[in-house]
Design a protein around this ligand. Sequence first.
Ligand code: ATP
Length: 314
Amino acid sequence: ELDVVTFGETMVLFTSELMLPLEYNDRFYKQIGGAESNVAIGLRRLGHSVGWFSKLGNDPFGRYIHKFIRGEGVDTSRCIYTDEAPTGIFFKEKYSATNLKVYYYRKNSAASLLSPDDLDEDYIASAKILHLTGITPALSPTCRETVFKAIEIAKKNEVKIVFDPNIRLKLWDKEKAKSVLLEIAKEADIILPGLDEGEMLSGRKIPEEIADFFGKEKTVIIKIGEKGAYYQSKNESGYVEGFPVSQIVDPVGAGDGFAAGVISGILRNESIYSAVKRGNAVGAMAVGMSGDVEGLPRSEELEEFIKGVISLQD
Ligand code: ATP
């Protein structure tokens, strides 16, 4: 009886306190980072019931991630600990608010050991929506198999699939990424590419044409940064303007916030237009605060923001 189930790798993130190249920086603060857990936390804050799981290293970082996500009220009962590999970590180097670079230490991480046998079919079947990203299939062959097994379970049990391609070319080769991500997109009900991702996957440049490429029987929502998003579903299509952001503090995590907003709208049986507007609002709020999840709003905060009561300048 969950609204949404998602899974994938969440890592401990060490963010530079100083705007210096990583090799000269000696101050970091600890956060967590993972697209799927960002979406899970975003949805939970908006009042939905969410399950997130992963394979975690049996180490302090694995426990930290688990406690953090559970502490947000996300169901983590299907998380698995392993002694075979450590929890992945990564570092964020900052040159300015918008000029960031990340360094991953995630190869052969605990999460990369996720395999189809780790899936609890009844758990996935109990959800209304399965949220997947294109990061998980890039982590390892067994992770890829796990994604396809989860898709099979969702289809069999009429669980809707929301797919965010989240292309990470640091993790895999472009052609391989393209073919696997297109295969997943084919199975998804709702696809959430960024404009550049849509371009890469479809070979087309204009949002309308990219959406057509994926097909009219799907809901395709293309993120266009500060401009908002374009959506196309069976019966409707159009642009939804973004919300103004007075100061971009941290552009990372906007896409995950957007996904949480859109999924939340869908769960509330809103029109696609309203769901996309909700996505734009959460995305805009996420870029206005540091960290991937810190800026994600609770329901009341989101309603106020949409009504224009909250100005980020305050
Ligand atoms: P990410 O950097 O998290 O991977 P993304 O590339 O998937 O993000 P973006 O298009 O950058 O996606 O942002 C997602 C959504 O967040 C946008 O569609 C928009 O609604 C909102 N958003 C992002 N940047 C801004 C901005 N500068 N001003 C207002 N809204 C924004």
